[in-house]
Design a protein around this ligand. Structure first.
Ligand SMILES: Cc1ncc(COP(=O)(O)O)c(C=O)c1O
Length: 414
């Protein structure tokens, strides 16, 4: 951008025509709602007309500390003044500290940093190939990856290949070979597909985009056992369910299983882009210098943002907040579902990752909620998702419930 021709005040002057500029210049790959957000603070955001919204989208499970948490802003501001980027040709302290902190929270292993969830999953797919070569002694023999129906793992070619949804894959085939599917929470169906050509099983502990469908603990334990017996890796996609979203650091932790690799992103940077992969100790050496990399992965600035998130988690007991207020919110929503059984089919999820499954298309509900001041995303399977920032208070949750109740009461649903 040429500073001679563009300044921040110019951008303010044309604010009112944001929609028109979008229409003319921004690719039409998103069906964005008709509002432009300009400011955020805690659990609230404001649009360019000054309208305030309670934000239970959280940037789709990204803004863990809400918007512009003062301690987080302070850390990234300070870091931006000191050192932003150096590349991975050199080491940087923040990457080292963040890797150590994550390994301490997850278990013995090693970390790799990238920039997004889909990149983290790409890394896991590459891990599965290296594992297959190690097991079978040659390339192309053991390379298949099994994932669950309705899962979502990203938009790159690897990500799409393991995302068995027509709307994601359509128009982009041929995709990666050897990506198979089985049914979530149905061990037998995984057992049927897995064989000596399978390198890995990749699974979301709670499906997010698919409609907030949790894996049962028994299923995860069973998958671990199945993968052990068949010599395949068990890889977890905790991109949406991880980083405190369920009240545990990772959603899979209460199952007690130890996977071989974990993809993380979204909430880790609290709004600053960062992805991370944890690889269990015994598989970590499969990657050697040159076998993977990322120019922007693990910069001093992105790692500072993630370190600030983890610091606030401890100082402000954020995960306890999610556990207590998440259970409360689910309890109240369940009561609400009994009041409107003709509209609500099911309430699902854990912590601050909750799905209200409607009996019809959730779009009118999402639109009506936005109009009265609550931002929430939809998900597959007619689900309205609630993804509050992890610092959301009881008062804010009650406010959201009141708005949801209002919409359920007044909206005619077909
Ligand atoms: C479970 C899961 N995996 C991967 C992704 C892709 O992450 P990103 O959009 O950061 O590439 C998402 C995004 O919604 C996700 O929910």
């Amino acid at each position: 951008m040429d500073p001679q021709t563009f300044s921040h005040s110019d951008s303010r002057a044309v604010e009112t025509s944001t929609a028109a500029i979008y229409d003319q210049y921004v690719l039409k790959n998103y069906a964005a709602a008709p509002l432009a957000l300009t400011k955020g603070e805690g659990s609230y955001v404001w649009d360019e007309k000054g309208q305030r919204y309670l934000d239970f989208t959280s940037g789709i499970a990204v803004c863990t500390l809400g918007h512009c948490h003062p301690a987080w802003v302070e850390v990234i501001t300070q870091q931006a003044r000191e050192l932003i980027h150096v590349s991975n040709l050199y080491r940087n302290q923040n990457q080292a500290f963040l890797a150590k902190k994550l390994v301490e929270r997850i278990g013995p292993g090693r970390m790799f940093f990238c920039n997004s969830g889909t990149e983290a999953n790409e890394m896991l797919l590459k891990l599965s190939r290296l594992h297959g070569v190690k097991q079978s002694g040659e390339e192309g023999k053991r390379y298949k990856v099994i994932t669950a129906e309705n899962s979502f793992h990203g938009r790159t070619f690897g990500g799409m290949s393991v995302t068995p949804q027509e709307k994601i894959q359509s128009g982009f085939r041929p995709l990666l070979p050897g990506c198979l599917t089985a049914k979530i929470n149905d061990l037998e169906s995984f057992e049927k597909v897995i064989d000596e050509t399978t390198a890995a099983v990749l699974i979301e502990p709670i499906q997010g985009e698919g409609g907030i469908t949790p894996c049962t603990m028994e299923f995860l334990v069973g998958l671990r056992d199945l993968c052990n017996r068949k010599g395949a890796l068990l890889l977890l996609d905790e991109v949406q369910s991880g980083i405190g979203r369920t009240g545990e650091f990772l959603a899979s932790q209460s199952s007690g299983i130890i996977p071989d690799g974990i993809a993380m992103a979204k909430g880790l940077g609290g709004g600053f882009p960062i992805g991370a992969v944890w690889i269990r100790e015994d598989s970590a050496d499969l990657f050697q210098p040159g076998s993977h990399g990322s120019t922007f992965g693990g910069t001093p600035l992105s790692c500072a943002a993630a370190l600030a998130v983890l610091d606030v988690f401890d100082k402000e007991s954020v995960l306890e907040n999610v556990k207590i207020n998440g259970s409360y919110m689910i309890e109240v929503l369940e009561k609400l579902s009994h009041e409107y059984p003709e509209k609500i089919k099911d309430i699902r999820g854990r912590g601050f990752m909750i799905g209200i499954q409607m009996r019809s298309d959730p779009t009118p509900v999402v639109d009506a909620l936005r109009e009265i001041g609550l931002l929430v995303p939809a998900a597959g399977g007619n689900v309205v998702r609630l993804l509050p920032p992890l610092i959301a208070s009881r008062k804010e949750i009650d406010e959201a419930i009141t708005l949801i109740r209002t919409v359920l009461k007044n909206l005619e649903l077909k």
